[in-house]
Ligand binder design. Structure first.
Ligand code: SF4
Ligand code: SF4
Length: 131
């Protein structure tokens, strides 16, 4: 964004805060150490290291994040949509991505995101492409 243009009001964030667009049906963030419930807050606020490579940014929603409407939760696309995230078509390559991603993102180790969610003002639209 050019330095002389103010961010739109619905995406402005105070220093140390990030505006995240959550699906209304997403579960609330559990305490640190509790099992991950797919609230998506961590990946919407800031990509993990592999997510930074995929997203080419250090803040904001990760491009690999996927919303699972049937399960009403977010999930890492490297695990549930490896072909869509990476563009790899071969089944063996997609399986390899899933296997590596489990290690890269420490899947199943519980919530390690020390974030606090504060509801914002309803309205506006999520950035293009965000789940
Ligand atoms: S790790 Fe925590 S913040 Fe991230 S999706 Fe899971 S429960 Fe939500
Ligand atoms: S866990 Fe997956 S969706 Fe979340 S930031 Fe990392 S790569 Fe992106």
């Amino acid at each position: 964004m050019p330095p002389d243009s103010a961010p739109p009001p619905d995406t402005a964030a105070a220093p140390g805060r990030v505006v995240a667009w959550l699906q209304p049906a997403a579960p609330p963030k559990p305490p640190v150490g509790a099992p991950c419930n797919g609230c998506g807050l961590c990946c919407l606020a800031e990509p993990c290291p592999v997510g930074m490579l995929l997203s080419r940014r250090r803040q904001g929603a990760c491009v690999a994040l996927r919303w699972q409407a049937d399960a009403q939760r977010y999930a890492c696309g490297l695990l549930i949509d490896p072909g869509g995230v990476t563009g790899l078509r071969a089944a063996w390559a997609q399986r390899t991505v899933v296997r590596l991603a489990r290690r890269w993102i420490a899947a199943g180790t519980g919530c390690d995101a020390d974030l606090e969610a504060a509801p914002g003002t309803p309205g506006g639209q999520p950035p293009h492409g965000q789940p």
